[in-house]
Ligand binder design. Structure first.
Ligand SMILES: [Zn+2]
Length: 107
């Protein structure tokens, strides 16, 4: 004998229940902002998950494109939070930028 559950007699967990996993406010689900102090100043760094990397950027560290879908980070000077100064970096290139500067940047 088998029991066929009717469409209005669902006793278990509804498999198609919509859960709120993402806050609707953020169109860009980035990680939290994090302040970092470096020899070249204070920066605000934000992790960009691969799903949010929907545009190609040129990494200033290696001068290579950050391919779509690549987790990377975006950083900007803490005292100048303008969008113009935001730079997208490969995660590996960000900490290396201080040693990879071509030549001397002293004036
Ligand atoms: Zn890079």
């Amino acid at each position: 004998m088998r029991e066929v559950p009717g469409p209005h007699k669902v006793t278990g967990v509804s498999p198609r229940k919509t859960r709120r996993e993402r806050p609707p406010a953020a169109a860009w689900p980035l990680g939290p902002e994090r302040a970092e102090s470096w020899p070249d100043g204070d920066w605000v760094v934000r992790q960009v998950p691969g799903a949010a990397a929907t545009k190609e950027y040129r990494c200033p560290g290696c001068d290579q494109e950050i391919v779509l879908g690549t987790p990377h980070l975006v950083a900007w000077p803490a005292e100048a939070p303008g969008v113009d100064l935001r730079r997208h970096w490969h995660r590996a290139c960000w900490p290396r930028r201080l040693t990879r500067r071509p030549g001397s940047n002293r004036r």
